[in-house]
Design a protein around this ligand. Structure first.
Ligand code: OGA
Ligand code: NI
Length: 348
């Protein structure tokens, strides 16, 4: 961390046009984008990407089967014909991008998040508090607290674009409806009552994070976002047309093709616990590139901090956990792949 908590933003580093990234951003060889993985045969599956599922189809049996398969194989899938107006997705991308690209640093820093409290709302760069020796991500973000409504205070969101706050509020409401529908389908795909996972999660605590990845002079040495799985129940993600997001499947990193009309669904750790590991959370990361900035909007749906989460199947393979405790451990230990959820495995 910089001295006295002074804010550092990746975009400011990128704008210096230095051809070398500061050493804190250099990944060790084993986590660099091209690091050798245990798996060898370089696959013909370069074309492979998480399945795209049409939510408008008539055949709900087919829909549940497709969702079940995608959850089992990938922990991730895209949805199209999802009912959210494409214009709203575009507006969300547009206002998000304009904050990063049209405001000057002084305007942006007026919305700085609190560097001393984890997941605080606002403009920031570091995701983790436990800094020690962890390598920094080549990314800035703006985090919005959006649900429940008691957490939503649009006065904390940028006001430089006239419709910014309305767009974020509308986007939040629409993502909630879609997340509820998806958790219903995911529950049913396991033979559970439609409301099962949603009831286990309780009222959604929703955050919307706009991620901005400036061009990076050394993309081979850096990551936009280190490998992790999301902590909550389900994440809905849109991106612009610049590649960078990868999901880990069968020992390989696979780039998710950006879909203009689609929304990517990522299963997160609490869904893995509730489904008792029948569906595992998706491990993912973001790469950087030297040419173009990249934008993503991730909408997280989490349990409340006081919620106790446990498997819906017997015998449970995970211990019950209070969500707030899970989050604290994530922020102290760092994401490092999936090690946080593995710590909850019951040893029989
Ligand atoms: C995240 C995340 C991926 C991306 O914010 O948790 O995984 O493409 N984002 O920005
Ligand atoms: Ni994530």
């Amino acid at each position: 961390m910089s001295p006295a908590g002074e804010p550092v933003r990746v975009q400011a580093i990128a704008q210096t046009r230095n051809s070398v990234v500061p050493p804190q951003y250099v990944q060790p060889p084993e986590t660099r984008p091209a690091a050798k993985l245990t798996h060898h045969h370089k696959n013909e599956a370069a074309e492979l990407s998480p399945p795209s599922i049409n939510l408008a189809g008539e055949d709900t049996g087919r829909l549940k089967d497709e969702i079940g398969l995608a959850c089992r194989d990938w922990g991730a899938f895209s949805v199209v014909n999802h009912g959210v107006p494409i214009e709203l997705l575009d507006q969300m991308r547009r206002v998000g991008k304009s904050f990063f690209e049209e405001c000057d640093m002084e305007q942006k820093l007026k919305y700085s998040c609190d560097p001393n409290s984890p997941a605080s709302e606002g403009y920031g760069s570091r995701m983790l508090l436990a800094d020690n020796d962890s390598v920094l991500d080549w990314r800035d973000y703006f985090d919005h607290h959006t649900l429940p409504l008691s957490r939503r205070n649009p006065a904390k969101w940028p006001h430089y674009q006239p419709n910014y706050r309305e767009v974020v509020a509308e986007y939040s409401d629409q993502m909630k409806v879609l997340a509820q529908r998806l958790l219903g389908l995911i529950s049913e795909s396991l033979g559970l009552p439609s409301s099962c996972i949603e009831e286990a999660v309780g009222e959604f605590c929703q955050n919307i994070t706009v991620g901005y990845y400036p061009p990076c002079p050394q993309p081979d040495l850096t990551l936009g976002l280190q490998s992790h799985s999301d902590m909550g129940a389900v994440t809905l993600l849109i991106q612009d047309n610049v590649e960078g997001l990868q999901v880990f499947k069968d020992g390989e990193w696979i780039t998710v093709r950006p879909l203009h009309d689609g929304i990517l669904v990522l299963l997160a750790d609490q869904t893995e616990i509730i489904t008792n590991g029948k569906y595992r959370s998706c491990q993912h990361r973001a790469l950087t590139n030297a040419e173009r900035a990249r934008l993503s909007v991730a909408t997280f749906h989490d349990p409340a901090k006081t919620r106790k989460v446990f498997p819906a199947f017997e015998p449970p393979i995970y211990h019950e956990v209070m969500y707030g405790d899970y989050v604290s451990s994530w922020y102290t230990k760092g994401p490092e792949g999936k090690r946080n959820i593995d710590a909850l495995l019951i040893k029989y």
